[in-house]
Design a binder for this molecule. Structure first.
Ligand code: ADP
Length: 536
């Protein structure tokens, strides 16, 4: 017959059981926890249930015979639980080598205390109720019992601190160990205060139960250390908790609080129906999380491969640049007459080779630039730059190529334009070169015109207008993204789809704007604008 229990104790003990079951399921289902650790954790939880539930029952049940039995059972599992915490730690931290002897001694001692607590009056001699509070009378060995538990706790602290020091580089594991140390501290202090200090020294048994309750905090922290950042998220734990909570509630209600048999059967049927639903709910949440995990793994893999690809491109481009520059140098020397007179046909072929080499060097440079700009490794050497000059020098590099293609090639500088921009000359030169090489590459007949002027105060604008193939509206939107090439031209010309992307990155770096106006079949106008450097 139950005589007394405050609602708050009932709720706490109920919650401890529900949380305990939730934790076991979580740990047992987790992929990342070793089997032996799962077993230890489950056994620890089982002992926790015995400890907390029987100590609770001992406090609320009538008849001293019952209560002394219950409290002895509860106490008898305590030393074993502490031994298990030790065993858990050495397994979890992979630290069990050379600890066979110590483990055996501790197990033996744990068993010894277990037996004398359960079957003799040497640890707990008797109990009595003072009003509604259960008072425990201790036996002659109680200090040995406390001493054993205290020594074990110290050993556990030492193991944790040693592992913490040893795992200097494993930040993740260090966080887990720190949590375990905090958990063990809470558990130890709560036990020392509520289970020893208050009852033994002050004769106060009213707060006794809080020592037992602290166990669940420690168990939660252990579970957290086991599965943190791995398999399960808050969602699964919450779903599990709700399912276990409702299930336990239904069962308790059916067994203890329902007298009528018909009602009891009905509730049992409801419980029977509830079980598969709860199972399905939890399983679907777990599946969802698993899928998310797999996706994450795949994403990581992709990112890694992307990185490897970038590295490969970088390396290949780097290796190509040196021989290309050498070829260009030698061809230029021959063209300039360093090897003597050359006939016009040879000159024409060599000029063609030089143009092709230039194109390849540009391509390789773009490949090298793109990762440097993206990763912020590029060093900008900004200066006051006269944009006219940059445009003129870039244009001069393409005169020959335009002439070869029979294109009308013109540079139009607005009258009196003398504004400066504050940029890295080589980078902006690169942008103009990208525009011009595209305009000539994608124009078969007609003209390429370069314009530079002030569209507004404090803004300077460069336009490269061609009469080439033009670009459709849909494609224009993707033009400035990485690796994008218009399909119609991709097969016919060499290119990487990087030039415009890099140009956009660079112009935007300098607070400018970039864009295109075009109509399919009607030619294109590529433009960019930069803010003018204010005159001092
Ligand atoms: P690439 O020229 O190396 O392919 P870009 O980034 O410079 O790379 O250009 C991207 C794409 O934009 C080109 O593949 C081409 O289809 C299109 N494009 C660029 N400039 C022009 C132009 N002036 N006329 C027509 N299409 C162009």
């Amino acid at each position: 017959m139950i005589i007394f229990a405050t609602p708050i104790s009932k709720i706490i003990v109920f919650l401890i059981n529900v949380i305990g079951i939730t934790l076991i399921i979580n740990v047992v289902l987790s992929n990342s926890v070793k089997k032996i650790v799962k077993m230890i954790f489950s056994t620890m939880s089982f002992l926790m249930f015995i400890w907390v539930d029987l100590a609770f029952l001992a406090r609320i049940i009538e008849g001293n015979n019952n209560s002394v039995l219950f409290i002895r059972i509860a106490w008898s599992v305590t030393p074993m639980l502490f031994v298990l915490v030790y065993y858990f730690l050495i397994q979890y931290l992979n630290n069990f080598k050379g600890k066979i002897v110590l483990t055996s001694i501790l197990l033996g001692l744990g068993g010894f205390f277990n037996i004398i607590t359960l079957f003799s009056n040497t640890v707990i001699s008797s109990t009595e109720f003072a009003g509604k509070v259960l008072i425990i009378h201790y036996g002659i060995f109680v200090w040995a019992f406390f001493g054993f538990v205290a020594i074990l706790t110290m050993i556990n602290f030492l193991i944790l601190i040693k592992a913490y020091k040893k795992l200097k580089d494993d930040l993740e594991m260090r966080i887990r160990i720190r949590f375990l140390i905090i958990g063990l501290t809470i558990f130890f202090i709560a036990n020392a205060v509520f289970n020893i200090f208050f009852p033994v020294f002050l004769g106060n048994f009213q707060v006794y139960e809080f020592g037992d309750y602290s166990l669940i905090i420690f168990m939660t922290i252990i579970a957290y250390a086991l599965i943190r950042h791995r398999m399960f998220g808050v969602k699964v734990i919450l779903a599990l908790f709700v399912v276990v909570f409702l299930g336990a509630f239904l069962l308790l209600d059916t067994i203890f609080f329902t007298q009528d048999w018909i009602q009891r059967m009905t509730k049992l049927v409801i419980f029977g129906l509830y079980l598969p639903v709860g199972y399905l709910l939890v399983r679907s949440v777990i599946n969802e999380i698993k899928q998310k995990e797999e996706l994450q793994v795949l994403t990581e893999k992709l990112k890694k491969m992307d990185l490897m690809k970038n590295e490969f491109i970088n390396m290949a481009a780097h290796e190509l640049r040196a021989p290309l520059t050498a070829i260009k140098g030698f061809v230029s020397m021959i063209l300039e007459g360093d090897t003597g007179e050359i006939n016009p046909k040879t000159q024409e072929f060599l000029e063609d080779s030089k143009l092709s080499t230039d194109r390849m060097i540009r391509l390789v440079n773009n490949m090298l630039d793109v990762s440097r700009i993206e990763e912020g490794r590029i060093v900008y050497q900004d200066n006051n730059i006269n944009l006219n000059e940059v445009v003129k020098s870039a244009s001069s590099e393409f005169e020959l190529e335009a002439k070869r293609k029979g294109l009308d090639f013109k540079v139009e500088v607005a009258d009196g334009l003398s504004d400066y921009v504050f940029v890295d000359r080589d980078r902006i030169h690169e942008v103009v070169v990208n525009y011009l090489s595209n305009a000539i590459k994608y124009t078969e007949k007609g003209s390429v015109i370069v314009k530079i002027f002030n569209p507004a105060d404090q803004v300077i604008r460069v336009e490269v207008i061609d009469s080439g193939m033009g670009i459709g509206k849909v494609e224009q939107q993707k033009l400035f993204s990485k690796f994008y090439r218009v399909e119609a031209s991709a097969g016919k010309t060499i290119g990487t789809g990087l030039g415009l992307y890099i140009s956009k990155l660079l112009i935007e770096h300098y607070g400018g704007k970039i864009g295109v106006e075009s109509e399919y079949g009607e030619g294109s106008k590529f433009w960019f604008e930069l803010p003018v450097r204010p005159k001092k």
